[in-house]
Ligand binder design. Structure first.
Ligand SMILES: Nc1ncnc2c1ncn2[C@@H]1O[C@H](COP(=O)(O)OP(=O)(O)OP(=O)(O)O)[C@@H](O)[C@H]1O
Ligand SMILES: [Mg+2]
Length: 237
């Protein structure tokens, strides 16, 4: 579904992504793991069409051009950005409406919003509240619901668990695993490596703009070099 070849992204003189290859097959949860500054968000943003890049990104066999975010959304790619990107001074309902701006089938899109309120009851309960008044977990639900409203085939989630309590993180990861069961394909960017590998099919481990390991999630979990570097050793949780 997605084929990334020799991707390079520079911020001025800084080479943030130094030639990476990455594949995502339809129906997979693929994890992109790495420490602060490894380049995870840069990759997610390049795929979403929010950055200039060099190299090739093919989505459903078609080459994606840099900086074409809206076009990418229309062709089924949706990004939930790091920090959620919700509009804090707008209500929950207004944020959901932002999710259908690119839909031409407005009547059906409004029905999708109603379905999102059923799927995430908190969004119905708090519909007229400012988004800034939601908890971190509720804001993440709102950001995900908004992304789902573009009816994506590939959902890019950039550190969805950031700042969430462990219980909320468990709930969220359970939800992401269910997305795959519904046929959605997911790129899950995370720092919580061990937990992410439990729900992912495959993973890429990133260090300063390069892929240093990749493979089936189960294999990486049991690989001692990987586990020492990324999971804090076998004993850690
Ligand atoms: N707008 C920018 N201008 C210049 N450098 C940037 C910019 N955004 C990111 N960088 C640099 O690019 C590198 C990769 O950053 P990126 O945000 O992709 O990492 P990350 O893996 O998402 O980190 P985190 O886990 O902290 O979100 C870092 O060295 C960072 O300092
Ligand atoms: Mg990031």
């Amino acid at each position: 579904m997605l084929e990334v070849r020799n991707l390079r992204v520079n911020y001025g003189a800084i080479a943030a992504i130094r030639g990476i290859d990455l594949d995502i097959n339809a129906g997979e949860i693929v994890a992109l793991l790495g420490a602060n500054g490894a380049g995870k968000s840069t990759i997610a943003r390049a795929i979403a069409g929010l950055l200039p890049f060099q190299g090739d990104i093919k989505y459903d066999g078609r080459a994606l051009r840099p900086n074409k975010a809206e076009l990418n959304v229309r062709s089924g790619l949706a990004l939930v950005p790091e920090g959620r990107g919700i509009l804090a001074q707008m209500t929950v309902d207004e944020n959901l409406l932002m999710g259908i701006y690119c839909r031409s089938d407005k009547a059906e899109a409004l029905e999708d919003i109603a379905r999102m309120r059923e799927r995430f009851p908190i969004l119905a309960k708090r519909r007229n509240n400012l988004a800034s008044l939601l908890s971190g977990g509720e804001q993440q639900m709102l950001a995900i619901a908004r992304a789902l409203l573009s009816r994506p085939q590939l959902l890019l989630l950039d550190e969805p668990s950031l700042g969430l309590a462990p219980k909320m993180t468990d709930y969220l990861f359970g939800m992401i695993a269910k997305f795959r069961d519904e046929g959605l394909t997911v790129l899950l960017v995370e720092q919580k490596a061990r937990q992410t590998l439990k729900i992912a099919d495959r993973a890429y481990l990133l260090e300063t703009g390069r892929v240093v390991a990749s493979g089936p999630a189960q294999k990486l979990i049991n690989d001692s070099t990987v586990s020492d570097a990324f999971l804090g050793g076998h004993a850690a949780h």
